[in-house]
Design a protein. Structure first.
Length: 378
């Protein structure tokens, strides 16, 4: 087995790392002002990151699984607020549109998404059901040439910035998860509303929302694929999405590790460098081992997915192992920094807060452990 990156992937890794390093200089200004400089978005667009999951026929610049993961590991070194719309553009909402949308829908929306000029998000979670998506109560009722959509969705990332939303809704409540369908909603549709923006402990921006649909009329042509298969489509997209979350975890973990190493080499305590203390050396060693192990779990899953293997269990392993390892690494990095690491403005403090949610969204760790166990025992 060759553990070296292919030449093309290695070249994209270096190019992305250089871009990220040039954009990290804006982090301090962002934390001081809450504003993201236009240079960040413009650079991400120029590099073609928005089109990584979109076919060339629709203006995309698609890359293979391995290259995508390599790029995301570098992008994830940035504050998450710097690239939320890239994550949406390579996420399950766009995946469903690419795989199951009509030619007319793809021609209309994908070119804009590929350039970052149009934004999509996905809406699945509801106030009373998160992991148990089959219990959703949002409905889409056929009425002539339209479907009429009613319901509420919550924890929807980027909904207030989206031009389209890939919405999952029940078209037949009697069929449970087999009665859920996927639709593409134009956010200018009457009856769509952003009810509120939700404040969070990390990823502190204004893009996590609760949204509602009140007699929203969606053209029947905006049904994505077949009725009753929406949840299956979403789960297919989420397998890849869980690999993406692994990247979103390990990028910040890597930068927290690097910050910790730099800190112990430069700070002195009790007359010697912090790095001379054995307790600190063991902490650095543990962080390095966890980071290496997590990357190995991630790349093996990506390799298997790229070969066309059923990687559902591996994707769940990535989701659990990488996010939990990243949180431990961030916690240790903050501990090494002592009181200064707990102060706003420190990279390790930002990483510590931002990572915590990754053990919850795209399926909580406990849900994925259930899935892994079922795959083994059944």
């Amino acid at each position: 087995m060759d553990f070296n990156l292919p030449e093309d992937a290695a070249a994209m890794q270096k190019a992305t790392r250089d871009i990220v390093e040039s954009l990290l200089k804006y982090e301090t200004r962002y934390h001081e002002t809450g504003e993201i400089p236009d240079e960040v978005e413009n650079t991400l667009r120029e590099m073609g990151f928005y089109g990584m999951a979109i076919p060339e026929a629709y203006g995309g610049s698609p890359v293979d699984h391995l290259t995508s993961v390599t790029i995301q590991l570098e992008l994830a070194r940035l504050p998450p607020q710097f690239w939320p719309f890239v994550r949406s553009a390579i996420g399950p909402g766009v995946h469903i549109l690419v795989e199951h949308g009509s030619e007319a829908l793809k021609q209309k929306w994908l070119p804009g998404i590929a350039t970052g000029r149009s934004r999509n998000c996905i809406a699945i979670t509801e106030p009373h059901c998160g992991s148990d998506a089959a219990k959703m109560t949002t409905t889409a009722v056929r009425d002539g040439d339209d479907y009429v959509l009613n319901g509420v969705k919550t924890f929807i990332s980027n909904a207030n910035h989206a031009h389209t939303i890939t919405v999952l809704a029940s078209t037949d409540r009697s069929k449970g998860k087999h009665g859920i369908s996927a639709f593409l909603l134009d956010t200018t549709t009457p009856g769509f509303d952003v009810i509120r923006k939700m404040q969070t402990m990390g990823w502190m921006d204004d893009s996590l929302c609760e949204i509602s649909f009140t007699d929203c009329r969606i053209p029947a042509a905006n049904l994505l694929g077949e009725e009753g298969k929406g949840l299956a489509y979403a789960m297919s997209g989420m397998n890849e999405g869980r690999l993406n979350v692994g990247c979103q975890a390990l990028g910040p973990a890597q930068i927290a590790f690097e910050q910790a190493v730099e800190h112990v080499k430069s700070r002195k305590t009790f007359g010697v460098q912090l790095s001379e203390h054995q307790a600190i050396q063991h902490m650095i060693a543990d962080m390095a081992m966890e980071l290496h192990a997590a990357k190995t779990v991630l790349f093996e899953a990506v390799w298997r997915a790229a070969r066309g293997e059923d990687a559902r269990m591996k994707a769940s392993m990535v989701k659990v192992f990488c996010t939990e390892a990243a949180c431990r690494i961030a916690d240790t990095a903050l501990q090494i920094h002592g009181g200064s690491g707990y102060c706003r403005g420190m990279v390790v403090e930002r990483v510590y807060r931002d990572l915590r949610v990754l053990r919850i969204y795209e399926g909580a760790s406990e849900i994925h452990r259930n899935m892994i166990a079922r795959s083994i025992l059944n």
